[in-house]
Structures are given as C-alpha cells and as structure tokens.
Design a protein around this ligand. Sequence first.
Ligand SMILES: O=C(O)[C@H](O)[C@@H](O)[C@@H](O)C(=O)NO
Ligand SMILES: [Mg+2]
Length: 382
Amino acid sequence: MIISDVIVRRFRTTTRRHSDSAGHAHPGPPHQVEQAILTIRTEDGHEGHSFTAPEIVRPHVIDKFVKKVLIGQDHRDRERLWQDLAHWQRGSAAQLTDRTLAVVDCALWDLAGRMLDTPVHKLIGAYRDKVLAYGSIMCGDELEGGLATPEDYGRFAETLVKRGYKGIKLHTWMPPVSWAPDVKMDLKACAAVREAVGPDIRLMIDAFHWYSRTDALDLGRGLEKLGFDWIEEPMDEQSMSSYKWLADNLDIPVVGPESASGKHWHRAEWVKAGACDILRTGVNDVGGITPALKTMRMAECFGMECEVHGNTAMNLHVVAASKNCRWYERGLLHPFLEYDDGHDYLKSLSDPMDADGFVHVPDRPGLGEDIDFDFIENNRVG
Ligand SMILES: O=C(O)[C@H](O)[C@@H](O)[C@@H](O)C(=O)NO
Ligand SMILES: [Mg+2]
C-alpha cells in the first residue's frame, strides 16, 4: 500500500525517571516530559506507530528527509526505505541520526504487522513467544536506601529474585556520583549481590564506560571470582583495540559494542577483530529492527550470541525472533520505582513478566504496544 503521510504528535507524559549530567537515569519526584509518537499512514488509512523523543522527529528532520524518502512509496519496502535513509545520513550534516532511522523503521514494521493482523516477531519469523528477562538495575546513586551502598544492591537483588528474575545486571556507580568511578566499590556491590542471590542466579555488570585497560582488567578478574556471566562497556567503545586486548586477557565474556556507532557494519568489525565474546545490538543503537536483525544474524554466522540493548516492544520482537540471544533486558529498575506500573500512554505493559521470569510477547498486531490514543490526544502539546 502506498505511504501517503508521516505525522508526529507530541504529548506530555508523567515519569519519575530523571537524567543526570551523563544521561544516566535515576528516580526522582514525578514530573512531566514531552514524548512523541511517529505515525506512518497509507492511502487506505492504515497506520503504524512508534514512540521516541520529540527532537528525534523534529519538523526539520521529518520534512527534509523522512517525508521525501517515504511518501509515495510501498510501505512494505522496508529494506529499500531503510537503505535510502541510511545513505542520506552522510550528507545530512549529522541531522539524520540512527535514532530517526530507528523510529521510522519501527513504525514501518508496526504498520506491516497491523495491516496483516500479525505481531512483528511472527512477521520476521518467530523463534519463541516468551523469553527470560534479566533485571537491569539503574546506575548507582547517593540516595538513602536507594542504590548508594553495596548492601543496597544486595537487598534490591533479593527483591528482584522474589519478583521472578533469573538474571540481574548491575549498572554500578558513575560520575556525577561524587566518589565514582571506583573498581573496588564496583566489586563490593557485585559481591554483595552474589552473596544475596546465591550461585544459580545469572549476574552481569555494565560498568563505568571510561575505565582504563588496567582498571577494566582488575574489574574483570574480580568478576571471574564471583562467577559473573559478562562484563559490558567498561571502556570507551571507540577503542576497539582496547576491547580486543581486554577480551584476550580475560576469561569472563566481554559484551559489546552497545553505544558505538556504525550499525551492523561496525559490529562485524568487532567480531572480525575478536573485540568481544558476545556481540551486542539494540534497535535504537543501530538504526532500527531491520539492522538489529542483520547484526543478530551475522553473529549467528560466527557461532556468537548477540544480546539486545534495552527494553520496549521493538527490542523484545528482535529477541523473540532470534535463537542466539539469551535474554530480554528489562529495566531500568530501582528500589524507588515500580517498573510494572508502565507508562500513562500505554494501557498495558509491552513486556509483561510472569513469576518465573519470562516476558511474554503480546499477541497484539504490529509492535503490540497497547496505545492509549485518547490519553495522547488529551495531553497533546503539538
Ligand atoms: O549508560 C547508561 O545510561 C545505561 O548503561 C543504559 O544505557 C542502559 O540502558 C544500558 O547500558 N543497558 O545495557
Ligand atoms: Mg549497557
């Protein structure tokens, strides 16, 4: 069906998540933030939707790039439309980012699924309808009773195991926390969690992203003694050779790259260089479901697992359509926040988790997000 329009609606939503000066999320009082929903509409009135931050789909980006590529095209030509947008990035003066490619690609997948009354993972070719989640804990903080001490992490880990999680990933303390980063404190938090949950719960760490090679090595060696499953992003991912050095010197698997640019092409270089033992992708990190699947399938060719960064329906469908991925990253979690409360603009969770720690892919068509369009209209700001 021919695409006839691309629409952006901005609306207010209430959240208790606040970003610090490094972009890490922490709990705080409820406050209103703006969110955007991108809608791709066809000539016969069918629509696909995806959520993002308003600046990702600001008018300049939509009018100068997205509408010019999409309008008048067959909505099913996701590969060609993705390639056309990706090729325009080079000449976009850095205005057309991977995040914009991601939200457009997700809306196209949602549109195709809604038109065929089929969930996206079934459209891709599903591997499963439920997947184990690991609880991805927020970065540490200095909040009394929050995540301020190793003991806080231990107590919270116990709570997560009671909720059903069979895996837990710690994000430890990072600046602007006054005394962070600190490898010894990272290891104390990891030891407290291991002590609290016992030997059968799988544990991982996502550490300060700018440690030196020697600090990352010390951290990794400590984690090996605690039986952790992987070490993630302990150094700047722009130095692939540092990751090759670390992976060569550690037994614990090194996971990456998460935040490095270059989409699936650069992730192929990490595999070729031996810079990671487990590959990483993420719909927002590589520019959509389409390139995330390419990354996943490439990893499979090398006998590698590929773990998907982030929660939300878009990442869940990539996980559900893939064999070589163990987990769904459910988070970010904190003792002061109730993740299962979801969002005020969704009528139900996109990633419901049962008491055994399995997240079930909603059987709703498309991305399966249970969108409250009345809420969006009643809270419109643009
Ligand atoms: O750096 C952060 O804010 C967190 O690590 C965040 O990106 C989290 O989503 C992550 O890295 N998960 O793996
Ligand atoms: Mg990470």
